[in-house]
Design a binder for this molecule. Structure first.
Ligand code: FES
Length: 260
């Protein structure tokens, strides 16, 4: 990493508390790192995981999400939603080989100008230590981009979004049969969904570029041919991909254009 590396950090700050806290730091002349580019949002709960992944795709080395303290959200439960969304996004980053410490969620009130500056300083130094996005992860630019694109598609998936949105309700009120679902079970299901969806998206993106056999895909993604074959069969059934030709003894597949 070059010695002069200065990270690009995107900060999503909720209008009612954290942005006011940052403003207070400014009027109180408390300095904070210029690395942080602030984007004002109405509530931390409005920070969609897609926005976080877009920030990483657009050269951010770290993303900071700040909201009102729990129990103080202007929209009552927005920061609880933010907690679940960011937890899921950190989990996904970890799964795709990106250090989850590049994404941080915290709470800052309108009166905490000094705390805001300290937090911005701490997060900047943490990301500075990690280096440019992809460096501590040892990912080449193309590989990094492909993983982030597949991750963005993953968080757009309806099932993943439904699970994030329903997590609290399922734990506190239960499912349609009134059975409460444990945190462990929800975490397990979320892990599985995230991984399945991410791998499916990676396969699709590879097959959009050119026709490949199961063995080729398995080699590129570091998976077993058996695992890939199972997914290929499902994707073929769903009309996402089709067999194009046979190379030697191996059928090759290509992505089909999806209608909008
Ligand atoms: S308004 Fe600040 S977190 Fe919701």
């Amino acid at each position: 990493m070059p010695r002069s590396f200065e990270p690009e950090i995107v900060g999503f700050l909720c209008n009612w508390c954290s942005y006011a806290g940052a403003d207070l730091a400014g009027v109180s002349r408390i300095s904070y790192p210029a690395n942080l580019k602030v984007i004002r949002v109405m509530c931390s709960g409005r920070v969609d995981p897609v926005m976080v992944l877009e920030a990483f795709l657009n050269q951010a080395d770290g993303v900071l999400v700040l909201g009102c303290h729990l129990g103080e959200c202007h929209y009552i439960s927005g920061n609880y939603q933010a907690e679940r969304k960011i937890k899921m996004t950190r989990k996904l980053l970890q799964k795709i080989g990106i250090n989850p410490n590049r994404l941080h969620l915290d709470w800052i009130s309108a009166a905490e100008g000094e705390r805001f500056a300290k937090l911005a300083e701490w997060f900047t130094s943490q990301v500075r230590k990690l280096g440019p996005l992809g460096s501590s992860e040892e990912l080449k630019e193309n590989e990094l981009k492909e993983r982030l694109v597949a991750a963005r598609q993953t968080v757009e998936n309806e099932k993943v979004r439904w699970m994030v949105g329903k997590e609290r309700e399922l734990m506190e009120m239960g499912n349609v049969y009134g059975e409460r679902v444990s945190q462990n079970l929800l975490d397990f299901l979320m892990d599985k969904n995230l991984f399945d969806e991410f791998v499916k998206n990676r396969i699709y993106l590879l097959l959009e570029k050119r026709a490949l056999s199961v063995k080729d895909i398995a080699r590129k993604l570091g998976l077993s041919p058996r695992e890939v074959l199972r997914r290929i069969a499902k994707m073929e059934d769903r009309g996402l991909i089709a067999m194009t030709d046979v190379e030697g003894w191996s059928p090759r597949y290509k992505a089909l254009k999806l209608s909008e």
